[in-house]
Ligand binder design. Structure first.
Ligand SMILES: *[C@@H]1O[C@H](CO)[C@@H](O)[C@H](O)[C@H]1NC(C)=O
Ligand SMILES: *[C@@H]1O[C@H](CO)[C@@H](O)[C@H](O)[C@H]1NC(C)=O
Ligand SMILES: *[C@@H]1O[C@H](CO)[C@@H](O)[C@H](O)[C@H]1NC(C)=O
Ligand SMILES: *[C@@H]1O[C@H](CO)[C@@H](O)[C@H](O)[C@H]1NC(C)=O
Ligand SMILES: *[C@@H]1O[C@H](CO)[C@@H](O)[C@H](O)[C@H]1NC(C)=O
Ligand SMILES: *[C@@H]1O[C@H](CO)[C@@H](O)[C@H](O)[C@H]1NC(C)=O
Ligand SMILES: *[C@@H]1O[C@H](CO)[C@@H](O)[C@H](O)[C@H]1NC(C)=O
Ligand SMILES: *[C@@H]1O[C@H](CO)[C@@H](O)[C@H](O)[C@H]1NC(C)=O
Ligand SMILES: *[C@@H]1O[C@H](CO)[C@@H](O)[C@H](O)[C@H]1NC(C)=O
Length: 455
């Protein structure tokens, strides 16, 4: 761990050979980060817990609970989809708080027909407003789960399943296999079910504690590499000391296709609303405003004021997608001065400390009923906030791009930054400082690489 601190805070020599070494390590770290591992949320996972509440004549009744233990990655509409493969010839007699998407072939059942006879059922949550007699606690959220860091009370979902043609004791029951979690796209990998000590439950009147008869857990982790997503978000920069606005890199999230007119929307188009609603009803595919970067989301970081003991940043998040409202959006920002954030206006904040001694990362999100809803491009389409940092005289500088963020995630997706050599310069800056800026940006990645190597 000592080496991390050294490379984060230590000065970077700009000798050429060292720089080449850094670039090599940098390319290693990009490779490493493609695995199912997130350096800013190293323990992040979604845990599924199956509690067998009773044995039945031909199987059992279990309550399945999903805990989204991830700090900032949530599951937004249209929600999660959970699948598994039965070990034997199990069927689902009934469910509460969720349903399978298909019944499958139940033709060999006469009279009492199961809810689902598929070998590999796929389960989805019920929608809010489901009749009470089909609900259980924590169900019926349309598959939406908030993140643990932002709202732990809403990071849990449950359903109940009554399983037939299964084992009827804890020695004969076989655990389901091959769990798949979609949220709603790919990205999660689930491990095998493992038997754990049975969970205890407090009854509704809080006067008695009961215990599940048997409990097993499944842990699912996210990988941006598996999700195979093109970037969905980019960062633009500006400052009070330089007029130029450094825009998102061109074609960050795709390029405008001039030969296909409907591929993006020009905001000056007459009858904009009808263009947006008519062009394709496949409303999950984004329809973005025509920009040079073509990203659905842009985060703008403006270094606004330099006071004697403090400095101020303005952050604006803009939604360029006409087909998406982001409720409960969040932002993860890494900047060395997050160890002394003094005031944050109109956003909520939580410090993320993935490792001891690393306190340069914070999570920001909207205030409920005020700006927790980032509406689509056709509406308001942006939220903003200002942050006041207290200067630490030994580190603060406007030089070398220090005042700009090291890393930004929107809803857990990495936002593409402009290249370091394009950052706004101080009026008297020389190209030499650009080189050291580049070196310090690389050093940030190196520290990440060392972190990854140490784990
Ligand atoms: C899942 O996350 C929880 C909470 O952060 C943690 O306690 C647990 O160890 C994690 N499980 C795995 C297998 O990483
Ligand atoms: C597990 O599920 C995946 C996807 O549903 C499938 O391709 C694979 O064959 C399954 N494996 C087993 C052992 O059932
Ligand atoms: C199975 O049930 C017996 C008796 O109820 C209990 O002693 C045992 O620990 C259980 N085993 C598992 C794996 O839950
Ligand atoms: C199983 O999941 C529960 C639910 O949060 C958790 O408390 C427990 O630590 C998990 N056990 C294992 C072995 O992951
Ligand atoms: C642009 O759109 C046309 C028509 O759909 C398609 O044939 C072409 O491959 C696209 N070009 C690019 C660069 O995406
Ligand atoms: C976004 O929210 C607004 C207001 O709640 C609603 O009118 C609109 O249909 C929503 N747009 C989409 C694409 O869901
Ligand atoms: C943050 O600011 C406070 C108040 O001036 C100061 O006492 C403290 O040392 C600072 N912390 C760090 C880590 O710079
Ligand atoms: C942040 O981490 C640094 C380096 O480990 C430490 O010196 C400092 O006290 C920490 N600041 C806070 C506010 O925890
Ligand atoms: C502002 O920064 C840009 C680099 O983004 C640089 O080319 C330009 O010269 C700077 N302007 C001034 C007045 O220093």
């Amino acid at each position: 761990m000592e080496s991390i601190r050294l490379s984060v805070t230590g000065s970077v020599t700009s000798r050429c050979g060292f720089a080449i070494l850094l670039v090599l390590i940098f390319s290693c770290s990009t490779f490493t980060s493609t695995e199912a591992y997130d350096a800013l949320d190293p323990n992040g996972n979604i845990t599924l817990k199956w509690d067998v509440m009773s044995w039945t004549p031909d199987g059992y009744v279990a309550v399945v609970t999903m805990y989204n233990f991830q700090q900032y990655r949530h599951i937004q509409a249209p929600g999660w989809t959970l699948g598994w493969t039965w070990a034997k010839k199990e069927v689902i007699w009934s469910m509460m708080g969720a349903q399978t998407t298909e019944q499958g072939d139940c033709s060999k059942f006469k009279g009492n027909v199961p809810h689902c006879c598929k070998k590999d059922p796929t389960v989805v949550d019920l929608l809010p407003g489901t009749p009470y007699n089909q609900q259980i606690a924590n169900c019926c959220k349309g598959g939406v789960l908030n993140s643990w860091g932002q709202d732990p009370a809403n990071a849990v979902g449950s359903f109940q399943v009554s399983v037939g043609a299964a084992g009827t004791t804890n020695r004969t029951v076989k655990l389901p296999k091959n769990f798949t979690l979609k949220a709603p796209g790919p990205g999660y990998t689930c491990g095998p079910a493992k038997i754990v000590r049975p969970t205890q439950f407090v009854t509704n009147d809080k006067r008695r504690t009961t215990q599940a008869l048997m409990t097993w857990n499944i842990t699912c982790t996210y990988s941006q590499f598996l999700a195979q997503k093109t970037p969905t978000c980019c960062v633009s920069l500006s400052s009070f000391y330089n007029d130029s606005i450094v825009n998102c890199p061109t074609c960050t999230c795709g390029c405008q296709n001039k030969t296909e007119p409907g591929s993006c929307v020009n905001p000056d188009t007459p009858h904009l609303a009808s263009v947006v609603s008519s062009s394709g009803k496949a409303s999950n595919t984004p329809l973005v405003q025509c920009t040079s970067h073509m990203c659905p989301i842009r985060v703008h970081w403006h270094v606004k004021v330099n006071y004697k003991e403090y400095w101020r940043v303005k952050i604006t998040i803009t939604n360029f997608n006409y087909r998406m409202n982001y409720s409960q959006w969040n932002l993860v920002v890494q900047h060395p001065n997050f160890d002394n954030l003094t005031q944050l206006f109109s956003f909520k904040y939580k410090s993320l400390t993935p490792y001891d001694g690393l306190n340069d990362t914070g999570m920001l999100w909207g205030v409920q009923f005020y700006n927790d809803f980032l509406s689509s491009a056709g509406e308001m389409g942006n939220v903003q906030s200002e942050i006041l940092f207290r200067k630490d005289a030994s580190t603060f500088t406007l030089d070398k791009g220090w005042a700009f963020p090291r890393r930004i995630y929107f809803n857990g997706d990495n936002c593409v930054m402009p290249p370091p050599d394009s950052y706004p310069w101080l009026p008297n800056a020389t190209s030499k400082s650009v080189f050291s800026l580049l070196a310090s940006a690389i050093a940030t990645f190196v520290s990440l690489a060392i972190l990854l190597a140490n784990i």
